[in-house]
Design a protein around this ligand. Structure first.
Ligand code: NAP
Length: 574
């Protein structure tokens, strides 16, 4: 098929008819009344749900290369790119004992059939086992950025698809009794895992390759997509490419990313609204308050780091209780006071772990490629740009998922127990909801300080808490804890309470404090003010804080809490 002619005049408004022509100019297909409707990117993402379970999609699976099969004999013909991959591949294969014919890019005008026909007659009776087409590699992202319009893109397509089409026709005309295997090599043409940006100028060659696989099965065409993030002149990549040519595996679609070989497989498309589109940066937001179903992925533009900022490609982000409260709209007034008028503007996710992809001016000690853990705004996203003070190297012993769960809960617990309550060795502390995120961090800190811990949780979690060293595990859903604490302490109560529970739990918890005790409130709902507390217990020191608000008024607080958290893990204290 050669061309497509749109006939906008044949319809009104945003619809048109289209006609497809064969190479010889014969019309081969008509499509009538194609209608165009404007769609927002968000609607397109949400629309993926429609296909749920009905269609299959290409998924990329890691798969090792098979051991080389008995080698075919014959020459390897390399149709080299201008960037030097072909030339270096030729040298490597020759050094490995292969007979190589390298055809430099300038030698043949790919856009004309004649050059390819001449090459085939030059090869004559030589036995070719592989033809490696690397010309698409010249349509680099930089060339694409420089393209001044559809004309330039057309030239890039002529260099890759056009030249491949003429090449195939020349191979078919050559009538080799044992045709060579055809390799189409691209870079970043496919959205394999880890692809930040796909290259649309090279992608059409994969379409042509799919047709070739059906119409010229004798060429056993392999499409191989190199890593767009690979460093220039990457020897590892070159060796992998050479090994692929020699292995002659059955895989027809291969993509390398980060040194990992992936192969394409069809899998049932789940169409879940929260399934990311490879290569498209996104963030998770609620379209309206009230239900977790309102969460969806929204395409966003990545933000280049400013001075003293870093950009992180997120590998894992954690979900906090506050994210749920925000999504349900329970903190709506709080958000509105902060100038966030709509649910969709409410950032979600306060922390993540991932790999630094860019650093701004004045950043020292953290560099691109570092595995880090960080706090930031809108961390439920593919990428986050945040202040370098809120970024720390990920403790090596922790996975990305484990590390992502640390900053908020440990910073809260450290601030509450070490900084505000100044919990001491030998003191007694009541930790409410001790099986939750902050509760578990607080438990480790309190035990590490040598305190005696009383804790509440749902009954199913009590055994776990006592195994962790809790002296007395009690219910977080009834008020029985108050009598139990007083009984277990001979009526003396505890020195410190860490609370996030509401309603009657608050006065009951104040009631179990020993004279002059410290009460730290971290809850978000039903929070008492200091006067109300003082009316009931004028003797206690009452601390209430929100970590995000506290950080706004105390520069350096978040950084020091994060550093203390990471140091605790590095030292094995947590
Ligand atoms: N002030 C701050 O800066 C700050 C920072 C972080 C977190 N927080 C607050 O600290 C609290 C805990 O946060 P988190 O991230 O640790 O949450 P989490 O991991 O979800 O844990 C919350 C725990 O609360 C317990 N709970 C007791 N009564 C509950 C009820 N009626 N509904 C739901 N859960 C109930 C649950 O354990 P059981 O089933 O065992 O009772 C649950 O494990 C939240 O209120 C959060 O907003 C405050």
């Amino acid at each position: 098929m050669q061309a497509l002619a749109a006939q906008p005049e044949s319809r009104s408004g945003n619809s048109f008819d289209a006609r497809f022509y064969a190479v010889d100019g014969r019309p081969v297909a008509d499509v009538s009344d194609v209608r165009m409707v404007a769609a927002s990117p968000a609607a397109l993402v949400a629309g993926r749900d429609v296909s749920d379970g009905l269609v299959y999609a290409v998924h990329w699976e890691p798969r090792e290369r098979r051991a080389p099969s008995p080698p075919r004999t014959g020459d390897v013909v390399i149709l080299a790119d201008r960037g030097g991959v072909g030339a270096r591949l030729g040298e490597l294969l020759a050094a490995q004992g292969e007979r190589v014919v390298t055809v430099l890019a300038d030698r043949i005008d790919g856009a004309s059939p004649d050059g390819w026909k001449a090459l085939m007659s030059e090869l004559g009776d030589r036995r070719c086992k592989a033809i490696v087409q690397l010309r698409a590699l010249d349509a680099t992202p930089a060339a694409l950025d420089d393209a001044r319009g559809a004309g330039d893109l057309g030239l890039a397509l002529a260099a890759s698809c056009g030249s491949t089409l003429h090449l195939i026709q020349a191979i078919a005309d050559a009538g080799w009794p044992e045709p060579p295997r055809l390799w189409l090599v691209t870079r970043g043409a496919q959205p394999a895992p880890g692809t930040v940006r796909t290259n649309p100028a090279q992608a059409p060659l994969w379409g042509l390759g799919a047709t070739l696989a059906l119409e010229h099965a004798e060429l056993a065409c392999v499409r191989l997509d190199l890593d767009p993030a690979a460093p220039a002149n990457d020897d590892r990549e070159l060796r992998a490419l050479a090994a692929e040519l020699q292995a002659a595996d059955d895989e027809a679609q291969i993509a390398y990313r980060g040194g990992v070989r992936h192969v394409a497989r069809l899998a049932r498309h789940t169409g879940h609204a929260l399934a990311p589109i490879a290569g498209q940066p996104f963030r998770i937001r609620a379209s309206a308050y009230g239900a977790l179903e309102n969460l969806s992925l929204q395409p966003v533009a990545r933000r280049a780091p400013g001075p003293r900022q870093v950009e992180i490609e997120v590998a894992a982000a954690s979900l906090n209780f506050k994210d749920v409260l925000h999504t349900l709209g329970l903190l709506r007034e709080h958000s509105e006071r902060a100038g966030i008028a709509r649910a969709v503007d409410q950032p979600l996710g306060f922390e993540c772990a991932g790999t630094v992809v860019a650093v701004g001016e004045g950043v020292a000690g953290i560099a691109a490629g570092d595995a880090v853990v960080a706090s930031g705004q809108s961390c439920l996203a593919s990428h986050v740009t945040t202040d370098v003070e809120l970024v720390a190297r990920k403790p090596a012993a922790l996975s990305f998922a484990q590390a992502a769960a640390l900053p908020t809960v440990f910073s809260t617990a450290i601030h509450a127990l070490r900084r505000l309550a100044r919990l001491q060795r030998g003191e007694r502390v009541l930790i409410h909801a001790a099986a939750g995120g902050v509760g578990q961090a607080a438990l480790q800190i309190a035990l590490g300080l040598g305190a005696e811990v009383f804790a509440t949780a749902s009954p199913g979690k009590w055994a776990h808490l006592t195994a962790q060293g809790v002296r007395c595990a009690m219910s977080s859903r009834t008020l029985d804890f108050a009598d139990q604490v007083m009984a277990a302490t001979g009526g003396q109560g505890v020195h410190v309470v860490l609370n996030s529970l509401t309603g009657e739990f608050i006065p009951k918890s104040l009631g179990v404090l020993a004279p002059g005790g410290r009460y730290v409130e971290i809850g978000k709902l039903d929070v008492w003010d200091a006067d109300r507390v003082a009316r009931l217990r004028p003797d206690v020191a009452y601390h209430v804080f929100d970590l995000a608000d506290a950080a706004r008024y105390a520069p350096g607080l978040s950084a020091s809490l994060l550093a203390e958290t990471v140091a605790g893990f590095e030292a094995g204290s947590f």
